[in-house]
Design a protein. Structure first.
Length: 241
């Protein structure tokens, strides 16, 4: 089985090496699994040396000039050759245990794909409560967090990939589409919970609670207008790192 790991990255020079080391370590720890892999970093029009660092770490680098997370993910998928796609955020750390869970999910032949629960260190109480709330929704609805989405390549192509009309929460739309596609094939979409993905809590440090709350409320009350225009999504697109 061949797995393509796609990592979209915009100005991630601080973290991309650490992320790629976690991928390399996880792949090496599961080397006897029978899987082969490739690692693709999508440079989403970075102004720092993200692309150079990724190449030095041994990743294939693809350039996507339009700064949009879904477009970057799709650009990586277009270059991927694996039967399965694993989308990993550039501020997240893949663990050997989580990768082993993903391999088992694939080998079971019961699933079209999966997401994972998340772990963030150093969260204030309100952010931890928000994460717990999201975790419950994610598991109940089987919606993947964008930090990790895994799916069959043929399913991804058949549903049209990530929706490029959306500048955020495109992973939720994709989760819904994969669930529908999988249902017709007798396959499930699941959320892995045994080994949560470690992902950065930097947004909590970079943005005030008021800024984050304002963003969440705007998405909740004006979803279409907000999600289709990145000027309303500063937490994702204003470049703070």
């Amino acid at each position: 089985m061949y797995l393509s790991i796609v990592i979209p990255a915009f100005n991630e020079a601080r973290l991309i090496e650490q992320t790629l080391r976690s991928v390399t370590t996880s792949l090496a720890a599961n080397a006897g699994s029978g899987f082969t892999s490739e690692v693709i970093v999508v440079d989403n029009n970075s102004t720092d040396n993200t692309a150079q660092l990724a190449r030095q770490a041994g990743a294939q680098v693809v350039f996507e000039p339009i700064n949009q997370i879904g477009r970057a993910r799709n650009a990586g998928a277009a270059q991927a050759t694996g039967e399965w796609l694993l989308f990993l955020d550039a501020d997240s750390l893949l663990s050997p245990e989580l990768l082993a869970d993903i391999y088992r999910m694939i080998e079971s032949r019961k699933y079209v794909g999966c997401g994972s629960t998340l772990r963030m260190e150093g969260l204030p109480w309100w952010a931890n409560l928000t994460l717990q709330f999201w975790t419950g929704i994610s598991i109940l609805c089987r919606w993947a967090a964008g930090a990790l989405v895994v799916c069959r390549r043929d399913a991804f192509q058949n549903v049209g990939g990530f929706d490029q009309e959306l500048y955020a929460l495109d992973e939720v739309r994709l989760s819904k589409q994969l669930k529908q596609w999988g249902r017709r094939q007798g396959l499930q979409f699941t959320i892995l919970t045994k080994h949560p993905l470690e992902t950065s809590s930097r947004k909590v440090s970079l943005y005030s609670g008021r800024e984050i709350a304002s963003q969440i409320f705007r998405i909740f009350f004006l979803p279409k207008k907000t999600l289709q225009d990145k000027k309303h999504l500063s937490v994702w697109y204003d470049g703070r790192r």
